[in-house]
Design a protein around this ligand. Structure first.
Ligand SMILES: [Zn+2]
Ligand SMILES: [Zn+2]
Length: 326
């Protein structure tokens, strides 16, 4: 990234791996809404290499891991790995763990080669079988985010949940909710996205203007977060229900929150940010078992040199997720 959120594809020195670190050759990386957020809101330093949805091939295993990860092993990688033993980790709040926040692969998923630090080994490197294509395995990270969030939100089977925002995350969330027996109502401004969501687990979809007339939701998932979405969520959620915050405010602006309604109706506001190796492994198992119809969620495949075009597609909400190939 260049100053002002501008992107540039350029040659950088190969990352240097210590003997206890792993080198992975990146095969493809997914463009995520959080990458767009970082670009457009200048939340990362110039020179940062973004990218945290990573599929690659082990090029050089570290000492002691040659049997577990022989060169050529196809893997996905957890960008952050929690310590697993601190009080926050023990409560399942891994993304608040200081180790989780301070460790990551170098330099980032949008690089041809990455170094996985020893803190990530072995659990942060997740092999997958040849039954999965690269693009299917790439969904381990976003699917892992959904699985982790749902453990916190605990929707009851046969309950109703509204998913606001039917981009890639909204579709994956709907698929998983439907698989858990939940009745899913999807909301999005775009007709194309609503149509896709009916194939991905939503029993009903509607535009935000019609969604206001719905009610009886034990939970509402915000994969898009803005004032209107928050207002809709508060309107349709049942007393005693929950609002799952699954994205930050669209432009980083402060949002007005009607605390009196949350208080009086005892509605829980439950954020869930990111995922880790445990849920990414679960995601890989689900994908390998072909238990979710993820076809079409990756709608564009572009060479890394065309990352700016991938960003344009995502910003204009054309299709769903873009994957960058190396
Ligand atoms: Zn992501
Ligand atoms: Zn921890």
């Amino acid at each position: 990234m260049r100053p002002g959120g501008r992107l540039e594809v350029l040659q950088v020195p190969e990352p240097v791996a210590e003997p206890d670190e792993m080198v992975i050759r990146t095969v493809c990386a997914g463009l995520c809404g959080s990458d767009l957020y970082k670009m457009r809101n200048n939340t990362v330093a110039p020179g940062t290499v973004l990218g945290h949805e990573i599929v690659g091939v082990v090029e050089k295993p570290p000492q002691g891991f040659w049997d577990m990860f022989p060169p050529g092993t196809r893997v996905t990688v957890s960008n952050h790995v929690p310590c697993g033993t601190c009080p926050r980790c023990l409560r399942g709040r891994i993304s608040s763990c200081t180790v989780f926040r301070s460790t990551n692969v170098r330099p980032g998923g949008f690089a041809e080669r990455i170094v996985v630090p020893s803190s990530h080994l072995p659990e942060g490197v997740i092999p997958f079988s040849d039954s999965l294509s690269d693009s299917q395995a790439l969904l381990a990270e976003p699917l892992g985010c959904c699985l982790r969030a749902l453990e916190r939100w605990e929707p009851s089977p046969r309950g109703r949940v509204m998913v606001i925002g039917l981009g890639p995350m909204g579709l994956i969330m709907s698929l998983v909710l439907a698989r858990q027996g939940v009745e899913v109502v999807g909301v999005d401004l775009l007709e194309e996205r609503r149509a896709a969501a009916t194939q991905k687990g939503c029993t009903l979809t509607c535009a935000p203007s019609e969604a206001k007339d719905q009610d009886g939701f034990q939970g509402v998932v915000l994969t898009a977060c803005n004032g209107a979405a928050l207002e809709l969520a508060l309107k349709v959620v049942e007393p005693g229900g929950w609002i799952g915050l699954f994205a930050g405010p669209s432009r980083g602006e402060p949002l007005e929150l009607k605390l009196q309604e949350l208080y009086k109706e005892e509605v829980d506001l439950l954020p869930s940010y990111s995922t880790g190796p445990h849920h990414m492994r679960k995601a890989i198992s689900l994908l390998e078992a072909k238990l979710l119809d993820v076809e079409g969620i990756i709608s564009h495949e572009l060479p890394i040199e065309e990352i700016e075009q991938a960003v344009q597609l995502a910003e204009n909400k054309v299709g769903f997720k873009a994957m960058l190939r190396f």
